[in-house]
Design a protein around this ligand. Structure first.
Ligand code: FMN
Length: 174
């Protein structure tokens, strides 16, 4: 069955790996719309996601919407599944608190879709009490957490926090 997947991409070095994820969903017959945070666009251009998803990519909350309906509401109602991959510590903290200060966090607050998150970050950020608590609270609220892997991190260190990889995330959402 064709699923409507809203993919939120946030400002992690692993953002480029989300491009492969889009390709896997599209190959599976899913429809994908990508919302990027401004920080994510520092790592990968919207053009990559627009081409792979075959849909416009949204970043700006106050850009003119496609119809009179505000874009964050249109996207929130459109999605069957909302997946944030990679999910930064910052965006997870906002989700936990209900902060809606950009297009992605507004969509995530408004949507009734099932939400998945794939945290990716440096081990210190992941093991910080705040992040651990934020992830635990999101889990309690029914958010599905795709656990980060262990290994070499982009910051040069080794430990937990690695983006789980496109195939793993695709399998988890399936
Ligand atoms: C080179 C670089 C790599 C980063 N990688 C990560 C990361 O993997 N995970 C993370 O949580 N934050 C990472 N950050 C920090 C985030 O980009 C920063 O917290 C940003 O405000 C996140 O914004 P967003 O959640 O709106 O995307 C990185 C920053 C830089 C400069």
């Amino acid at each position: 069955m064709k699923r409507k997947i809203l993919l939120g991409v946030t400002g992690s070095v692993a953002a480029y790996k989300a491009a492969e994820l889009v390709r896997l969903f599209v190959k599976n017959g899913d429809e994908v719309k990508v919302v990027m945070t401004k920080a994510a666009t520092e790592f990968v251009t919207p053009l990559t996601f627009r081409t792979l998803s075959r849909n416009p990519v949204a970043v700006e909350e106050f850009a003119p919407p496609q119809s009179w309906v505000p874009e964050h509401i249109a996207l929130a109602e459109w999605a069957d599944i909302a997946l944030v991959a990679p999910a930064t510590a910052n965006t997870l903290a906002k989700m936990r608190c209900g902060i809606a200060d950009n297009l992605l966090t507004s969509v995530l607050l408004a949507t009734k879709a099932r939400i998945f998150i794939a945290p990716a970050m440096n081990t210190g950020m992941l093991e910080a009490a705040a992040t651990r608590e934020n992830i635990a609270v999101l889990k309690e609220r029914g958010v599905s957490v795709i656990e980060p892997g262990e290994g070499e991190l982009a910051c040069g260190a080794s430990g937990k926090g690695r983006f789980p990889g496109a195939e793993t995330i695709f399998g988890a959402v399936k």
